[in-house]
Design a protein around this ligand. Structure first.
Ligand SMILES: Cc1ncc(C[n+]2csc(CCOP(=O)(O)OP(=O)(O)O)c2C)c(N)n1
Ligand SMILES: [Mg+2]
Length: 584
């Protein structure tokens, strides 16, 4: 049988270690699908129900495994659907290859059907982006696409005219310069080690620091031992931006947990009070939470040189992978005898944990959303993989789900898109069968890609979906009120009976609306094999309180309540009773 251009494509992917592709077939990629059919014993195609989910799954597969994630979509609409997931990968720095179909090579740009030049459309999202011109152009361009996505931690895209896909390699005339097999699949990783001078300068700053705070983000995942060691040496609290939640277990004595609107008060106070800041693998985007420029000396460890001093004026920068650089830096650091800055943070964390327990154990009806996250946390395995979505649910997950053991946690960090959590959890279940894969999501987010319940059923994925049903786009409701002082508008959602919908998909389902039975229902749900959905009906008026409420925020909220927010009385009462309980 003649080798086709698509065969070369699939063989090249396999040479690069790709064993899974997420997508939906279509008439613009039938040649590629045929090659995948023939090689299905060596590379699996996971069929989703919306191409956006395929791109989210490719991104999540890369996040969970550290490998290249790959998605495939047909010409025109299929490719267009990928975009949001591809931007998620771009913004969170994940290696993803998108493969799409293009119209017949001699009809492009003639108003033919599905005539969308996807390479032009994807220009902004890609680190590598090409239109395949002939079967002999496949091996070198696809190899380079894989290499570039991995080397630059970004999105690569190849699009192939539909007629080329089935053309045999022999039928094509190879240009003279394109010598057959002139590339290999050897992936070389740059060593990126700082010089002795750079290390000495960084060490001097850290040795002089009296109140040192560490900000450890997603670039520090996998450097747990080294982060623990440096925190211990410096007597420094470790603050974890959300994508770095897995860097240290949440009960570790050095960590003050998350930062930002969904973070903890001790993290915010550590950043406000430090005289020295050590940033490890983080581009945490909320600049207002960093110390005021010039207030603290700053050392940054960062893989990507262009991100040095991105959010804070840095005094010493060490470019390289977190674990390796920390190993080089550690021997140069003195043990800090004065532990008072850390001890203040630890005392703050005790209070914070008591507050979270208070918020997570309330018996009020309607049930508080924190109760669900709090009870779920107690039941999760130490190797669970947790995906969460964008909304108030991000705050509940960030604060009430604790990292233990080898747990992993992710969400759409920098794009902060809704709808990713179910594809992320499905990808986790595919990558790690046998581990608990949990999707913690809002009713708005789930309804956007609810079709992916079918993917979970089709592949018998062991995913547990916890949908927090408040019948509103909660996060936006609070933003309208607290940031702008406006009355809430167009956030209410038409209620969906998710438990019944899930049954229609063939997903086992449970309902909770009472804190008294919350733990037991969650326990049953987690113990049920295969895909399971738990619909948790919660109080829509429970606010995601920032770690410290500013006067401006309080004034805006009052303004919003006074100027016609629906249910203003209920909201005021909820906030007042929360505050009174917490003070008592
Ligand atoms: C694709 C997309 N559309 C809109 C937004 C803006 N947005 C952020 S959070 C949010 C509300 C999420 O609602 P839901 O999923 O119900 O969670 P809740 O806030 O109620 O917990 C919206 C609309 C977004 N981040 N992504
Ligand atoms: Mg909601």
């Amino acid at each position: 049988m003649a080798t086709t251009a698509s065969d070369v494509l699939v063989d090249t992917l396999m040479d690069w270690g790709v064993d899974t592709i997420f997508g939906i077939p279509g008439d613009g990629i039938n040649g590629i699908i045929e090659s995948l059919r023939q090689k299905q014993d060596r590379i699996r195609f996971v069929q989703v129900r919306h191409e956006e989910a395929a791109a989210f799954m490719a991104c999540a597969y890369a996040k969970w495994t550290g490998r290249l994630g790959v998605c495939l979509a047909t010409s025109g609409p299929g490719g267009i659907h990928l975009l949001n997931g591809l931007y998620d990968a771009k913004l969170d720095g994940q290696p993803v290859l998108a493969i799409t179909g293009l119209q017949f090579h001699d009809l492009i740009n003639t108003h033919t059907q599905q005539d969308v030049e996807l390479d032009k459309l994807f220009a902004d999202v890609c680190v590598y982006n090409t239109r395949i011109m002939s079967p002999t152009h496949v091996e070198n361009s696809v190899g380079l696409a894989c290499r570039t996505a991995l080397a630059y931690r970004g999105v690569a895209h190849v699009t192939m005219p539909v007629d080329l896909q089935s053309q045999s390699l022999k039928s094509d005339s190879r240009s003279e310069r394109n010598v057959a097999h002139h590339i290999s699949d050897l992936m070389a990783e740059g060593a990126h080690v700082p010089t002795d001078d750079q290390l000495a300068r960084a060490a001097a700053i850290l040795n002089e620091g009296r109140k040192i705070a560490v900000l450890a983000g997603r670039g520090a995942l996998g450097a747990r031992v080294e982060v623990e060691a440096i925190a211990e040496r410096l007597g420094a609290p470790v603050i974890k931006p959300l994508l770095g939640k897995g860097v240290l277990p949440d009960d570790h004595p050095s960590t003050t947990g998350g930062i930002g609107l969904l973070g903890t008060t001790p993290s915010q106070e550590a950043l406000e009070g430090c005289d020295t800041l050590l940033i490890i693998g983080s581009s945490f985007p909320y600049i207002e939470y960093y110390p005021k420029p010039g207030k603290a000396k700053c050392v940054q460890i960062e893989l990507d040189a262009k991100r040095v001093s991105l959010r804070y004026p840095v005094d010493a920068a060490l470019v390289g992978a977190a674990a390796r650089v920390l190993q080089m830096l550690l021997p140069k650091l003195d043990y800090h005898q004065d532990r008072s800055f850390l001890e203040t943070a630890q005392a703050g964390m005790q209070e914070w944990r008591a507050l979270m327990t208070e918020r997570g154990t309330r018996t009020d009806m309607p049930m508080k959303p924190q109760v669900v996250a709090h009870e779920l946390n107690k039941l999760l395995s130490d190797d669970a993989i947790i995906a969460t979505d964008s909304g108030t649910i991000t705050t509940w997950a960030a604060r009430h789900i604790d990292i233990r053991g080898s747990m992993m946690f992710s969400c759409s960090g920098n794009l902060a898109t809704m709808a990713c959590a179910l594809p992320y959890a499905n990808a986790a279940a595919i990558a790690y069968p046998g581990r608990q894969a949990v999707c913690f999501i809002g009713d708005g987010g789930l309804s956007m890609l609810i079709c992916e319940l079918a993917t979970a059923v089709k592949y018998k994925l062991d995913v547990k979906i916890i949908v927090i049903k408040n019948n509103t786009l909660g996060q936006i409701k609070w933003e309208q009120m607290v940031f702008l002082g406006n009355p809430e508008y167009v956030c209410d959602l038409q209620p969906i009976d998710f438990a019944t919908v899930a049954e229609g998909f063939g997903v086992a389902s449970f309902r909770i609306d009472d804190p008294a039975s919350c733990s037991e229902v969650l326990r049953q749900a987690l113990a049920t094999p295969g895909p399971v959905l738990v619909e948790a009906l919660v109080d829509p008026h429970e606010p995601p309180m920032p770690p410290k409420v500013t006067l401006k925020q309080a004034a805006k909220l009052a303004q919003s309540l006074a100027s016609g927010t629906p249910n203003a009385g209920r909201i005021a009462l909820t906030i007042a009773s929360d505050t009174v309980r917490e003070i008592i």
